[in-house]
Design a protein around this ligand. Structure first.
Ligand SMILES: *Cc1c(COP(=O)(O)O)cnc(C)c1O
Length: 397
């Protein structure tokens, strides 16, 4: 999965362009920059690649989510529906917006269960935020229909699913706004970086302004620009954008290696009748960064984890016991542990996550094992790995 596995001369060349010009900032200094606009170029590449009208780079996937919520006008008193299984950035960005996270069940896609989303809608709901976890997608037709019917925004967290598609459209481009992360361990990396994408022209204008202190970016005298509203600094540096520019050009190669490696592992595991796989709403659009499978019971999945260790297989997770990605370990959210006071809107509007039960999510996540698909494996390594995984699983049955 991670772009850092495909790293070298191209990245160095792009970064050196920036170092040679000495202009590390994405705006201004036109005369000094030797024609290098790495952030702008990367945005253009993303637009072309994803088939979307606008891409706005940010400092991270987390800040891309922050900006997305801001430009959709989400704030105090608004509710954002999110899944039990995700990365902590989901609720961090919602809380940072001053909005209230409403956590709902996932289904066998490992992302939002549309029925659970529908049941959680209140007059305060403003956004539904599916998170395309582990390289594959939520049931976007169903979620989009719900959003259309209830006049809600669909915000896709595609941070883990860059280059995946759903029915021919790039993940992240189907909702009102989509977000990507280019942190060090993502499909392509900037070191640190992120982007939000959208087709709406007016949203794109405010995204560009909001990420740069609300500068209106009109004219060519930065100091004299107007500020139609308050913004913040979420600007990516040219150095980070330069790395991403080299990486984005490797997208097709990364995707094809991932898909080839995943296919071998999946076909091998499919020979074990007790193994079932995560449902992929569009199998052809899977970015193939992970192979996620279910064992019939949580006890068996724990045994498989132990067997993988014994057999020397690395790079897999059972998220039920992982403190980052599943609600079970979000004590700091459940207990509202914050460095600063939290608004009454959130205090009074939050679910009681200490007592609330998510039996379906518990079932899916406790039975799930997700294996990272690496780019650097040789074909022999993948074949050996597939055989070893099958042996390890069979050893516990
Ligand atoms: C990585 C990730 C983020 C946050 O991205 P950063 O660039 O690390 O801030 C958000 N959501 C998901 C699902 C992620 O995997």
């Amino acid at each position: 999965m991670p772009g850092f596995e495909f790293f070298g001369e191209a990245e160095r060349k792009e970064v050196n362009d920036v170092l040679d010009s000495t202009v590390l900032m994405r705006y201004g200094f036109d005369g000094m920059r030797n024609g290098h606009w790495k952030a702008k170029e990367l945005e253009q590449e993303l637009q072309n690649r994803l088939g979307v009208k606008h891409a706005q780079l940010t400092t991270s996937g987390t800040t891309a989510l922050n900006v997305a919520l801001a430009i959709l006008g989400v704030g105090a008193g608004d509710e954002v529906i999110m899944p039990t299984f995700t990365f902590v950035a989901t609720f961090e960005s919602i809380m940072n917006a001053g909005a209230t996270p409403i956590v709902v069940e996932i289904d066998d896609t490992l992302t939002l269960d549309p029925a659970a989303v529908e049941a959680a809608i209140t007059p305060k709901t403003k956004v539904v935020m599916p998170v395309h976890m582990c390289g594959s997608m939520a049931d976007l037709d169903a979620l989009k229909a719900i959003c259309d019917q209830h006049d809600l925004f669909l915000l896709e967290d595609a941070c883990q699913a860059y280059a995946g598609t759903y029915k021919g459209k790039a993940l992240g481009t189907i909702g009102n706004v989509g977000c990507f992360s280019f942190d060090y361990v993502k499909t392509i990396t900037c070191g640190e970086g992120g982007a939000l994408v959208m087709n709406d022209d007016s949203l794109a204008i405010v995204a560009d302004q909001y990420t740069d202190h609300g500068h209106d970016h009109i004219g060519n005298d930065r100091g004299a620009e107007e500020h139609p509203y308050m913004g913040y600094n979420f600007r990516i540096s040219e150095l980070n954008a330069a790395v991403g520019l080299a990486q984005v050009r490797k997208t097709d190669e990364i995707l094809s290696v991932q898909r080839r490696n995943k296919k071998i592992l999946k076909e091998a595991l499919a020979t074990v009748p007790e193994v079932s796989f995560r449902r992929l709403p569009d199998e052809d659009g899977d970015s193939a960064t992970f192979l996620s499978f279910f064992m019939p019971t949580a006890a068996l999945s724990n045994k498989v984890v132990d067997a993988f260790k014994e057999f020397g297989i690395d790079g897999y997770w059972n998220y039920f016991n992982n403190n980052w990605h599943y609600i079970r370990r979000w004590d700091h959210l459940a207990n509202l542990k914050s460095l600063f006071p939290i608004s009454d809107h959130i205090k009074n509007g939050m679910q009681d996550l200490n007592t609330m039960k998510f039996p379906n999510s518990d079932d899916y996540i406790s039975r799930n094992i997700s294996c990272l698909i690496k780019l650097s494996w040789s074909r022999k390594e993948v074949n050996d790995r597939a055989a070893k995984m099958v042996d390890a699983i069979k050893s516990v049955l």
